[in-house]
Design a protein around this ligand. Sequence first.
Ligand SMILES: [Zn+2]
Length: 293
Amino acid sequence: MKVDNPEHPKPADANARLAVTPVVCYPADSLVPPPLVQYRQLRQSASKSLEVTAAPRDACCFEVKAGSFFRITCVEGSQVGDLNLWNLHDPGERFYSGKTRALHGTHLSTGDRMWSGFPAMRPMATITEDTLDWYGFDEYGGSVHDVIGTRCDPYTHHLLSGGDHYHYCCHSNLTRAFSAHRGTSPAEAESYVHDVLNVFMCTGFSRESGQYFMKASPVRPGDYIEFFADIDLLGGLSACPGGDCSEIHSSDKANCYPLLVEVFETPAAALADCLGDWNPATANGYDRSHGAT
Ligand SMILES: [Zn+2]
């Protein structure tokens, strides 16, 4: 955080330096936009192949074939979810929230992609529907579906609570779900858990202090966000112990509700009809020589 009382005086040209107009770091104009019209046409041919529920203060895993869709729905009460994505065949390739933020901004919506980390750095999933797109940004600078937070975790809670051990943070929920789904030890599973897309969570940065804030999620039963899978995916979704994240997280105090995950599989013929000669997203083309001789 910035200090309240700076110890160093402003230079003579401070105002000129402060007035410099910012430029966008990573203009994404050169990215090929996702073919949303064709994706939505394809979605008409998709049929439900899986339904799983993330129970309150717990997580579930689900697999999605490339070219299919998955939907996360608020079903019983206002509830936020923490979403992890892995390459189904290589969980070392996982969602990279920081780069996704750099490309698409602090909060995602329809047409944005969830990118994987280096070196693959490719689209893992593309948002095709978002019933909360009406929210935009509120007067506090808050919005939904952020990639600015991390995931609630027992380590930070241990630090800030003065030594408490809480086991149902999203980090731990995702660890247990990954471990059960892949048959790995919790310790190995934990190494694959990563920063999330905060589904339905309403967050921003305080204009005064720059601190990460949350406020009651505007999500209501029936709201959903839907994704097209750009590669074969393993997903993990935690129903955050914070519930609607209006007051508190990392405890059993908030009202907490389940989240529904549905997978909709597309027939190969429909995929060809709608997307032509389509293939899953390929890994990034950088040659990886890094200038080394
Ligand atoms: Zn959480």
